[in-house]
Design a protein around this ligand. Structure first.
Ligand code: FAQ
Length: 307
């Protein structure tokens, strides 16, 4: 007889660090928590293609254009792995997109800021992908099998993205005075929103309690943010960029950087739909989704014909 995991076995499986798989029995709240997080993660990857896509036609060289194109395609691919992982929990792709369009599902705060110059493409790769990796390396050990496995592949690609961003910033910091200023300006605009990517402080994070009980999260929002800061400050120093935080200081006792407070009002404003580019991002997604309807219809008709 096929063994069925009963609910009481669910937590013991988690406690033993075993993965939960799609056919395992799981509490509704665990399923819903994951659908929320994984679908929001997927939406972030796909919406995240927009600020960078804006620069494909203006990349400064053929090499830069090829790398940027490959990176943006990777992000689309990450969205697809993640939508597939969420579908194993019983939600359809259509429903996830409806939730995105209605505003019920969020996506990362960071993609509501504009990419104004080529240095922003460097800052996105270096800081945004850098922050994403710190979070996603930890998620490789998340308790839900399909999500954990998607993270392994995504992390490999993100580390290439982070390096391409750092390469752009390094090149600009070795360039003319105007290029250096452009790189510093991008750093100034992307630093704080990148720190917000890790979510609110642990004490203000309503989902963290369950996320730890169920080992969806292995490290807290604040722990991961600190890890990112400690790693990134050193990289900034190597190429001569200044972190736009006058309170940033190495703390010898804690062996980590102390930093200034994040503007949580700005964070709330942005995730509630009122950031600089929220409307533009959603309108573009809705428009392109409607334009792609014929592709989905054709794929469905083809799949039916095969049965
Ligand atoms: N943005 O209780 P918590 C990338 C919301 S991928 C917007 O702490 P949780 C790759 C949160 O949803 C970037 N909303 O929540 C790339 C909740 O609201 P809700 C995406 C945020 O889930 C690079 C409320 O605040 N990565 O960048 C944010 O335990 C370049 C309370 O928060 C992921 O999604 C935020 N930053 O912890 C692509 C990683 N933070 O849902 C293209 C997976 C919090 O009740 C180009 N996700 N909120 O309405 C996670 O690890 C977690 O979901 C956290 C938040 C850590 C983001």
């Amino acid at each position: 007889m096929e063994s069925v995991i009963v609910s009481s076995d669910f937590q013991s499986k988690i406690d033993q660090d075993a993965n939960i798989e799609p056919k395992d029995s799981m509490p509704d709240a665990y399923r819903e928590h994951l659908i929320r997080q994984i679908s929001q993660h997927a939406h972030s990857e796909v919406i995240g293609m927009q600020p960078e896509g804006n620069w494909i036609t203006r990349a400064p060289s053929l090499r830069a254009k090829q790398i940027l194109l490959a990176k943006i395609q990777d992000e689309g691919g990450h969205g697809l792995y993640l939508y597939s992982a969420a579908e194993t929990l019983g939600i359809s792709r259509d429903e996830m997109i409806r939730q995105l369009h209605s505003g019920k599902a969020k996506y990362s705060n960071i993609f509501n800021y504009p990419a104004l110059t080529w240095a922003d493409i460097g800052a996105i790769g270096w800081l945004v992908d850098g922050a994403a990796i710190v979070n996603q390396v930890s998620l490789q050990r998340t308790s839900y099998g399909p999500y954990a496995r998607a993270m392994v592949r995504i992390c490999k690609e993100e580390s290439f993205h982070q390096r391409q961003g750092y390469e752009i910033m390094t090149k600009m910091m070795n360039g003319t005075e105007a290029q250096k200023q452009m790189a510093q300006d991008a750093m100034n605009r992307w630093w704080w929103p990148s720190l917000m990517m890790f979510g609110p402080h642990d004490s203000d994070s309503p989902h963290s309690g369950n996320a730890f009980t169920w080992k969806i999260k292995r490290k807290s929002n604040d722990e991961l943010r600190q890890k990112f800061i400690d790693k990134t400050v050193q990289q900034a120093e190597v190429i001569g960029l200044t972190i736009p935080d006058p309170e940033l200081r190495w703390n010898e006792t804690k062996q980590m950087y102390d930093h200034g407070e994040i503007n949580w009002e700005e964070f709330k404003r942005v995730i509630n739909g009122n950031g600089p580019c929220n409307r533009q991002r959603m309108e573009h997604h809705m428009h392109v989704h409607a334009e792609g309807a014929w592709v989905r219809e054709a794929a469905e008709a083809y799949a039916k014909q095969q049965h």
